[in-house]
Design a protein around this ligand. Structure first.
Ligand code: 4AD
Ligand code: MG
Length: 461
């Protein structure tokens, strides 16, 4: 079977009078007196193509052409009589490739709730919304690579199996070949790696090693967190983009994060105009205005201490306390980004006690108000979308900070070596890729922007 043409290409460039050969799935069927009409979609774009079947020539086949059926259509591209499309296909031959039983096929031509669609994640890519999400997701990934490649960053591949807890939060999935169903393994039987191993929560520590040789690098891959968070913004398996730059400080890091988001939004608006218009009309009427704002307005930048003051002065009653030294909760982040600034805000210089061990200590802080060179980018509708920092490059400071955080410096010997040999100021950040797709599309739940979500008690498919 030779591949047919892509419907999106035919709709864009097809010449009236040309013969076309299309493959796809029937999204809907309408039967009139003289003609029947199929909406054929192959995922190449939001719009399917209308296929016209002359009656009674195709009557023998109509019964089999149910919603969900995979078909091949050969015919002529003609100007459409209808208002909805400019061209359509006058079918000459229709072949059913894979039938779909109308009684049991779960996707009928009506609106299904996203909750229901999650239960049929293997089929939901055949809906308008998920097709659009997956095309935007693809365009985001391409834009990310393009952004870094244009700037000379190398894409590096950090391990998925790791023996260190980068974020120190203890939220890791264990990787083992020992069978937990068998009684405690005899001490003589070592585990596969000879020490506890986990799925990585971040490629940052390894990316730092590579940046301190290659200057500018980035990772783009899956990361795993065993946090028991059942929210619309958390996945147990999510994708993260982590640039790391040698000879860079916190300001340079924030500049990169801002330029990066602007670039990705610009590319996606350009490449996925049709899908973005769909999100605007069906998901969130502010999607396009928000995107324009991201692209054209500069982000706000404030210190954590200032953020706490703004929250105090807001007069709002929040569910979680607002106090210097406590982490910002989602409600606080969203107040700042959505209501106070109405655009992304980069919050910097967080208290050391709420941030990871590797962040550079700010000099000249009173001991009770010690801050680190951290930055979080908070986005309207999402909250934290990027977390990053300038890294602690001083061996003695890093070692004592690790000890204060209860980490054994011996375990991190290689990470400390990077501070022994040719250490330089360096910085980087992590972007939650799935949150970015949410941010761009306006989709409310992170489970609906990744094909097969992994969340607590949910790993079907
Ligand atoms: O803020 P985080 O934990 O930072 C790091 O992992 C650093 N090592 C990154 C670095 O500096 N190289 O995570 C980074 C981002 C968050 O801002 C958020 O967007 C996303 O990853 N993220 C999640 N996305 C979906 N589900 C989860 N459970 C997430 N946890 C973090
Ligand atoms: Mg964070």
């Amino acid at each position: 079977m030779k591949a047919g043409q892509r419907i999106a290409d035919v709709l864009r460039q097809g010449q009236v009078g040309a013969m076309v050969d299309l493959r796809g799935w029937v999204r809907s069927k309408r039967e009139g007196k003289t003609h029947a009409f199929l909406d054929l979609n192959d995922g190449s774009g939001l719009a399917g193509i209308q296929v016209v079947l002359t009656r009674p020539d195709f009557d023998g086949q109509l019964l089999a052409l149910t919603v969900g059926t995979a078909v091949a259509i050969a015919g002529e591209l003609v100007a459409s009589q209808g208002k909805e499309q400019t061209v359509e296909v006058q079918a000459q031959a229709v072949t059913v490739i894979g039938p779909a039983d109308a009684e049991t096929y779960p996707l009928q031509k009506k609106r299904h709730s996203f909750e229901f669609l999650r239960t049929i994640a293997h089929l939901r890519a055949r809906t308008n919304t998920f097709g659009a999400v997956l095309r935007v997701r693809n365009a985001c990934a391409q834009a990310i690579h393009q952004f870094f490649q244009e700037r000379g960053f190398l894409w590096v591949h950090t391990p998925i199996i790791s023996t260190s807890d980068c974020e120190g939060a203890g939220e890791m999935f264990a990787v083992t070949t020992l069978d937990p169903r068998k009684a405690a393994a005899p001490a003589s039987q070592p585990d596969f790696f000879g020490k506890p191993a986990f799925l990585t929560v971040s490629g940052q520590l390894e990316a730092e090693a590579l940046a301190l040789a290659l200057s500018n690098v980035y990772t783009f891959g899956p990361t795993f967190r065993a946090e028991n968070s059942n929210t619309a913004r958390h996945l147990a398996e999510f994708w993260m983009v982590e640039p790391e730059m040698a000879f860079c400080d916190l300001q340079g890091d924030a500049d990169l994060a801002e330029a990066f988001l602007k670039y990705v939004f610009t590319q996606v608006l350009h490449r996925c105009a049709e899908d973005m218009a769909f999100f605007q009309s069906r998901i969130d009427p502010n999607v396009l205005a928000n995107a324009e704002k991201i692209i054209h307005e500069s982000f706000a930048r404030i210190a954590y201490t200032e953020a706490i003051e703004l929250l105090h002065r807001s007069g709002r009653s929040f569910q979680y306390p607002v106090e210097w030294g406590l982490d910002l909760q989602s409600e606080h982040e969203r107040f700042l980004a959505e209501e106070h600034f109405g655009k992304p805000v980069i919050v910097m210089d967080y208290p050391a006690q709420i941030k990871a061990f590797y962040m550079r200590l700010n000099d000249d802080c009173p001991p009770e108000r010690q801050t680190v060179r951290a930055m979080d980018v908070l986005a309207p509708g999402i909250g934290e979308i990027i977390g990053g920092s300038q890294r602690e490059e001083r061996l003695d400071v890093l070692t004592s900070r690790m000890q204060a955080c209860g980490l054994d410096p011996e375990v991190y010997w290689w990470y400390l070596d990077l501070r022994r040999f040719g250490s330089v100021p360096h910085a980087g950040f992590g972007l939650g890729f799935d949150r970015l797709v949410q941010f761009i599309t306006g989709m409310g739940n992170i489970r609906d922007v990744i094909p097969f979500p992994r969340t607590p008690l949910n790993a079907e498919f």
